[in-house]
Design a protein around this ligand. Structure first.
Ligand code: AGP
Length: 609
């Protein structure tokens, strides 16, 4: 969850690194730093706080070089301080390093190094690496890093420079993403695509155990034993503009408004409603194997977990496959009953979430078939799962996930229909109907978004409340959870999602005029039950904000505020009902002056447990 950028070439590395770090700031931002080589000496600048502090300090005392590495930090070991900020150097200031990940055996390594007389300036795990590199360094930086990493256990993506080798960056990757950007007479490294897009679309996604040496015109990729490894160059089609805010106040708002396109991009080339055809050959699961699937486990965290909860209804209703959904952090410590016909689906926007990755590896070790649904091409889960199905959301920069949720729901919906088709549990007529329902969703969301401002009016009424309750049933119960998560993670207001049927088993005691209740009551087989829940709340003086279908005039009498959304089949309704909840959270957070795109304590990609 830290951000790394490196550059070697003919341009000023400082500008390129600072711009790259800006794009990665969402990954973590309690401190930032840069190391460059000038006249065979290391120049280091580090600042606590946001990247702008580093930028200002460099503007006051300019720096220019053709090679450098930079870092934005989200603390795991050691508080947020200048000493703990990266880059770290050895005691002779010959080698500098930036690191994302966690070194699991750093305590014993540190003790050994201190016994050898090494002095440590920081509390970080990272510092042990740079001291080890210096210890192993004779005249070849790549070999020193190889030797060092043979002693190190844990996760890392590393960028390393050495004042004696002013034309080389060495980098390495183990369970934390690192990408090489290939330029003309210049090369780059970065934690993710968005930092590289302004300069190149040709990228190499390093894999575990890769250690690379990069100059302005050469890239050598090896392993710890100096065996040369070949890696494919991928041409990334993300438009650089996609990663910008293009006129929106926040990435989050831009990404909420991008959801129609996300859904279209995700189903394009995969569904043909008129023909009743689904095409997800990219998952490369044979039809006879799909027929053999005995049960499905969906494993994920946070918002991705909520999309998994929705998809349970899809796999069970469409494909008649028993489906369980579990938080990845819990699944890892259960004794789940799995067999070779169990399909494990991991859902992850980043493809790097540590708990989900660990759950995937556990399932693989247990012999299960594994399928990853990810948004980031070349991510760990995308490469480690046996099968992969990418959402096509483009970069999601806002820490609060919105369009990724839409991409995940769309992908899971298509997958469930593909399985249903191959297992013949839906007629062709039913398949066409459900495909058409999905096909029509982007336009319906676009319609709804035209009145987004009306949600701001509701936000103004409730922005200063301290507690919210979100209620839903069936496929919209996970949407209630998601709506609550959005509110709490960007506005810091306590919010809880609840299955509406559970109200009478305790939570109804909470109801009073100071707690707004958001209820999702769109047309479905549980609509009448939802209306009863709304009446129960009303009868106890609760304040109700209802999400309902435009044709439902009756609901107005029972609610204090109604947010009307276009009608859809209930199985695709979460794609639509979540949008007003995303906007409600967004507008409340803006009214409260919160840092919407980079909420406190959070990082976009949680690559530690
Ligand atoms: C959601 O808004 C949060 N950013 C968080 O819950 C996120 O969904 C979770 O950390 C999982 O991330 P992933 O999809 O990248 O695995």
């Amino acid at each position: 969850m830290c951000g790394i950028v490196g550059y070697v070439g003919k341009r000023n590395a400082v500008d390129i690194i600072l711009k790259g770090l800006k794009k990665l700031e969402y990954r973590g931002y309690d401190s930032a730093g840069i190391a460059v080589i000038v006249d065979n000496e290391l120049q280091i600048r580090k600042n606590v706080g946001k990247l702008c502090n580093l930028r200002e300090s460099i503007a006051k005392n300019p720096l220019s070089a053709n090679i450098g590495i930079g870092h934005t930090r989200w603390a795991t070991h050691g508080k947020s301080s200048e000493e703990n900020a990266h880059p770290h150097t050895d005691s002779t200031k010959s080698v500098a390093i930036v690191h994302n990940g966690i070194i699991e055996n750093y305590i014993e390594l540190r003790a050994k190094l201190q016994k050898d007389g090494k002095e440590f300036k920081s509390e970080t795990d990272t510092e042990v690496i740079v001291h080890l590199i210096k210890k192993h360094y004779t005249d070849n930086l790549l070999h020193a890093v190889q030797k060092t990493l043979s002693e190190v256990k844990g996760s890392y993506s590393l960028g390393i420079i050495c004042k004696d080798k002013p034309s080389k960056i060495v980098c390495a990757r183990q369970d934390a993403p690192l990408i090489i950007g290939i330029g003309k007479g210049e090369n780059f490294i970065a934690s993710d695509i968005t930092a590289l897009l302004p300069y190149t679309r040709d990228m190499i996604f390093l894999e575990n155990d890769d250690i690379a040496e990069i100059t302005s015109d050469k890239i050598i990729i090896t392993d710890i034993n100096n065996n040369i490894k070949g890696r494919e160059v991928k041409n990334i089609q993300w438009d650089a503009i996609q990663a910008e805010k293009d006129g929106y106040k926040h990435f989050m708002l831009k990404e909420i408004f991008e959801q129609s396109r996300t859904i279209e991009d995700t189903f394009r080339g995969r569904i043909y409603p008129d023909e009743g055809r689904v095409c997800v050959e990219e998952i490369k699961i044979k039809e006879e194997d799909i027929k053999k699937i005995s049960n499905i486990y969906i494993l994920a965290c946070g918002t991705s977990y909520h999309s998994g909860l929705v998809s349970r209804f899809l796999f069970e209703n469409f494909a008649k496959i028993p489906t369980e959904v579990d938080m990845a952090s819990e699944f890892r410590y259960r004794e789940p009953i799995l067999n070779e016909n169990t399909l494990i689906i991991v859902v992850s926007q980043s493809g790097e979430t540590a708990d989900t990755l660990a759950a995937l590896r556990l399932a693989k070790n247990r012999g299960c078939r594994t399928l990853a649904i990810c948004n980031v091409v070349g991510s760990s889960m995308g490469r480690e799962a046996r099968h992969i199905l990418y959402t096509h959301c483009g970069p999601e920069i806002g820490v609060a996930s919105t369009k990724a949720f839409a991409g995940q729901l769309t992908t899971l919906y298509i997958l469930a229909l593909d399985f249903a088709h191959k297992r013949e549990t839906l007629t062709n007529k039913e398949l066409k109907k459900y495909l058409k329902e999905l096909w029509d969703v982007p336009a319906k969301i676009g319609e709804f978004l035209k009145k987004a401002e009306s949600i701001n009016d509701i936000a103004k009424v409730f922005a200063h409340q301290r507690d919210f309750l979100y209620l839903g049933r069936s496929v919209n119960y996970p949407v209630a959870l998601e709506g609550a998560l959005k509110l709490k993670e960007i506005s810091y207001i306590h919010a809880e999602g609840y299955a509406a049927g559970e109200m009478k088993h305790g939570p109804i005691a909470l109801i009073d005029e100071s707690m707004p209740i958001v209820a999702i009551a769109v047309e479905s087989k549980v609509y009448n039950k939802m209306v009863s829940n709304i009446e129960e709340v009303k009868a106890r003086g609760g304040t109700i904000i209802t999400v309902a279908n435009e044709s439902d005039k009756e609901i107005k009498r029972k609610s204090d505020h109604v947010i009307y959304v276009p009608k859809t089949d209930e199985f695709v309704s979460p794609l639509v009902t979540v949008v007003p909840l995303q906007l409600l959270a967004y507008y409340i957070a803006v009214l409260l002056g919160c840092d919407v795109d980079q909420p406190r304590n959070l990082a976009k990609s949680v690559t530690v447990e």
